[in-house]
Write a protein that binds this ligand. Structure first.
Ligand code: ADP
Length: 610
């Protein structure tokens, strides 16, 4: 590829990466992104969460003589990245309102003596008078814009203060700008390039698929039980449970605590101090689970979130991708369970109708898209990447409920769907999914008897199935375009393809009505990631990591990622040289921690020999 680094530079980058971060190779697109950075060419890099964006600018920064300025929207995010850099032996600092005077003067000292390599700032600070004054003598090599979708109105996180970044090119003429985002749509990408006036930028777009995430979608029936069951699959691991409303957060959190789980709530209605404390308890692993509204997550860099549960349907696929994407940033396996219901759809519809004027039509379309995703029966990974305009090569992702065969397709889909569509017809296409379902299963509900719908030929025609299964089928027919929800009350109407079904000319895919198989197949990811890992040792290493984190004030994942601990628990290094070979162990971390980790590994190994 024309853009690959020339050999000597590539070697230099690789040496830097190994020395500071302990990685043996680069991830897809990293070499190209680094190449653009070293060639001083503007760039826009779009990689999914966990795609390794930070290394793309951090490693080149170390090969430049001057300073790389990183603009980032959130203080917590900056703090995490700067901590991680310092732990990896890189001269990095930040300037923000949350710093202690000592931290601030240390950053200024390094900046003034020219040894600072990376400086993290909020956008308003960079372009404010103070920031410009501060940087006037600095040799700025490049400006990095993290979370660049915030400049775009089309992004889901538009931030007015990011708008001013359009001035960057005129304030810092000739300084390359590198924009990074995980937001995939083309519209947002184009807008970023335009807003920032990027000059003939290198545009790199990675694959959006996150193969390490296991997606499962279930219709909500007993929310607490479904959530509890999922949490139990991850004992002692960190996870996020998202709810739509604050009230749901409080209730679910109380119930989970009563059931003995270590959880805390997070939403915008909680006092800021308490909210911060809850977030920190989660990050520092004093609690396992945070139950939250969407207010939680932006700027959370915690790499070892092992599960994200949506106890309510999110309002768009973009939101789902972002929220579920907080799982498994360390590229290890993680579970994303989405629970949905028609009620959630209605809740969002009401919220959107009350809060949005201009964008209502688009928002409702997005709401329909996510609902279709939930009720759909195609591979979840494929559904997500298709939404963002990409495709998957593999036929089976091996990491979603559909491909793992946790959902079986009904053999008699044609007959069932003919019965459903006939019923819609008999009801003169004047009723919604819930009512139609009740008629199909032969409910004695008052309204049905009053309307005399118990006399229809399709009344009770699917009475051998549970109402929930029938309701799901109705939704599956809607999501595949055989039925349509119309008007204010989502009345079911038959589409042209739906008429083909009545004539037996087309067969939809419907899921089998049986309860889900109790035994879930493990994805390939899970078995590979744990292969050869001594789990007892892993737990001991985790405990040591937590002790060190408590002592140093950094979150546990800044000390070492789970990936590194698993590698240690797999290969059991006994000396320093072997320790340096572990994933994510660079010279700086080996220097700091070998003396604590090696004895533990040695003790564990000899104890288990006897
Ligand atoms: P993003 O910012 O794109 O979400 P990160 O920069 O946080 O991604 O990186 C995601 C994970 O991948 C982190 O755990 C990071 O340590 C790891 N990582 C990054 N680059 C490499 C590499 N070249 N080799 C191995 N792991 C890497």
């Amino acid at each position: 590829m024309q853009n690959l680094l020339d050999e000597p530079k590539l070697d230099a980058v690789k040496r830097i990466v190994k020395k500071h971060w302990g990685y043996d190779s680069l991830l897809p697109q990293q070499a190209e992104a680094m190449s653009a950075a070293l060639a001083k060419r503007d760039s826009l890099v779009v990689l999914p969460t966990g795609g390794g964006k930070s290394l793309c600018f951090q490693a080149p920064a170390l090969l430049c003589a001057g300073l790389t300025v990183v603009v980032s929207p959130l203080i917590s995010l900056m703090k995490d990245q700067v901590d991680a850099l310092i732990y990896s032996g890189v001269s990095a600092g930040r300037l923000d309102s949350s710093q202690s005077p000592d931290e601030r003067s240390e950053t200024l000292r390094l900046l003034n003596d020219g040894s600072l390599k990376l400086l993290y700032l909020a956008p308003e600070r960079l372009l404010g008078a103070g920031g410009l004054e501060l940087l006037k003598d600095a040799n700025i090599e490049a400006i990095i814009l993290d979370e660049a979708h915030c400049v775009s109105m089309w992004g889901h996180d538009f931030r007015p203060e990011y708008r001013r970044l359009s001035e960057l090119k005129s304030v810092f003429p000739g300084t390359p700008i590198h924009a990074f985002t995980a937001t995939a749509t083309e519209k947002v990408r184009d807008d970023i390039v335009e807003q920032l006036s990027l000059d003939d930028p290198e545009i790199l777009v990675g694959l959006f698929d996150r193969p390490n995430l296991l997606y499962k979608v279930e219709r909500k029936n007993k929310t607490l039980e479904q959530v509890t069951e999922a949490i139990k699959r991850h004992p002692g691991e960190s996870g996020i449970v998202y709810c739509i409303r604050r009230l749901d957060v409080e209730k679910l959190c109380d119930n989970l605590n009563q059931a003995g789980f270590k959880t805390a709530p997070y939403h915008a209605g909680i006092e800021p101090e308490q909210r911060k404390a809850n977030q920190e308890a989660f990050i520092n692993e004093d609690i396992d689970v945070i139950v939250a509204t969407v207010a939680f997550g932006m700027g959370i860099d915690k790499s070892n979130v092992r599960f994200v549960i949506h106890a309510g349907m999110p309002k768009s696929i973009e939101h789902y991708q972002q929220e579920s994407g907080r799982a498994g940033r360390d590229r290890l396996e993680a579970e994303c369970l989405l629970l949905y219901s028609g009620g959630d759809y209605g809740t969002w519809k009401r919220i959107l109708e009350n809060s949005e004027q201009d964008g209502l039509e688009i928002s409702l379309r997005k709401l329909n898209d996510i609902y279709d995703f939930c009720t759909g029966v195609t591979c979840r990974h494929r559904g997500l990447v298709n939404y963002f305009g990409q495709d998957l090569k593999a036929i089976s992702c091996d990491a979603c409920d559909i491909c793992l065969g946790q959902l079986d397709l009904a053999d008699d889909a044609l007959l069932i769907s003919q019965k459903i569509i006939s019923c819609v017809m008999r009801l003169d296409q004047r009723f919604g999914a819930a009512y139609t379902t009740q008629v199909l299963v032969g409910s004695q509900e008052k309204r049905i008897l009053e309307f005399r719908h118990d006399t229809l030929s399709t009344y009770g025609i699917l009475s051998e199935y549970p109402a929930r299964a029938v309701r799901d089928w109705v939704e599956q027919l809607v999501s595949q375009g055989y039925l349509q929800k119309t008007g204010e009350f989502n009345v079911l109407a038959i589409t042209e393809p739906g008429r083909d079904i009545l004539r037996g000319e087309d067969t939809p895919r419907l899921l089998k009505a049986v309860e889900k198989k109790a035994k879930t197949r493990t994805s390939k990811q899970v078995s590979e990631n744990w292969e050869g890992v001594d789990k007892d040792l892993f737990d001991e290493l985790r405990a040591l990591r937590k002790t060190i984190a408590g002592r140093t004030g950094a979150p546990p994942y800044v000390v070492f990622h789970d990936t590194s601990l698993r590698d240690m628990a797999r290969k059991k290094p006994l000396d320093r040289a072997a320790f340096l070979e572990m994933y994510g162990v660079g010279e700086s971390k080996a220097q700091k921690y070998a003396d604590e980790f090696l004895p533990l590994i040695r003790d564990h190994t000899s104890a288990n020999k006897n």
